[in-house]
Ligand binder design. Structure first.
Ligand code: ATP
Ligand code: MG
Length: 196
């Protein structure tokens, strides 16, 4: 049987409730059998910015998704050991799941950038794209190839990983912005402290 698999790529530094609500909404709306979160290797769009250790980002993603039976986490981008290009992620997913339907989930900000990504034409051959609303960004499919992208309105969560990191660095709480286990993990590993 052909399964429908959602792929949610991200830096997840840290994963927060904006990511989880988006994935859950798309899972339900499109009847996905599974949503696979794929934390990036060293991300090229963020070169020059400090990105936390891949193992910490991977573990926070596992902690945040563990209780959901249809969420899972893949190490493919981390284990590739180079900068992540979405085209590589999707090629590898296509090899792992040759017969299944792949839907790549992305926020409005990333969707705006998509035409600047590597191998755009191939991207749209490999997966259907789902663009989700994100506060502060305009969601539209102008300039994107017809029929290759679906737009979905999700409950507005004005949360970003950047703001979570800044809060931790200032000693402010991130309770209820990220899952409880992720708050504990950030604390345990002393992530995002201003001095590190
Ligand atoms: P950063 O501030 O480091 O860029 P981020 O919050 O944007 O972090 P990413 O890991 O860059 O998180 O995002 C992964 C994916 O999740 C992207 O497609 C992004 O658009 C989407 N996304 C992130 N936050 C939200 C949100 N609050 N609502 C909807 N989509 C989101
Ligand atoms: Mg981002």
């Amino acid at each position: 049987m052909r399964r429908r698999i959602g792929i949610m790529g991200g830096t997840f530094d840290p994963i927060h409730h904006g990511h989880l609500v988006s994935a859950s909404e798309v899972q339900s709306r499109f009847g996905l059998d599974e949503v696979i979160f794929v934390p990036t290797g060293q991300p090229w769009q963020k070169v020059g910015r400090v990105v936390s250790n891949a193992e910490d980002r991977y573990l926070m993603t596992v902690i945040a998704t563990a209780s959901n039976p249809v969420f899972s986490v893949s190490r493919i981008d981390i284990d590739r050991g180079s900068e992540t290009y979405t085209v590589d992620t999707l090629r590898e997913m296509r090899q792992i799941y040759p017969r299944d339907e792949l839907l790549f989930i992305t926020g409005a900000d990333a969707l705006e950038q998509i035409l600047t990504w590597r191998n755009v034409e191939e991207l749209f051959e490999l997966a259907h794209f789902i663009g989700v609303t994100r506060p502060g960004y305009d969601l539209n499919d102008h300039h994107l190839p017809h029929g290759k992208v679906s737009l979905v309105e999700v409950t507005a969560m004005a949360i970003s990983s950047t703001s979570c990191k800044e809060r931790v660095a200032r000693g402010e709480p991130v309770w209820y912005l990220v899952p409880d286990g992720v708050v504990r993990y950030i604390d345990k590993r002393k992530l995002y402290r201003g001095d590190s």
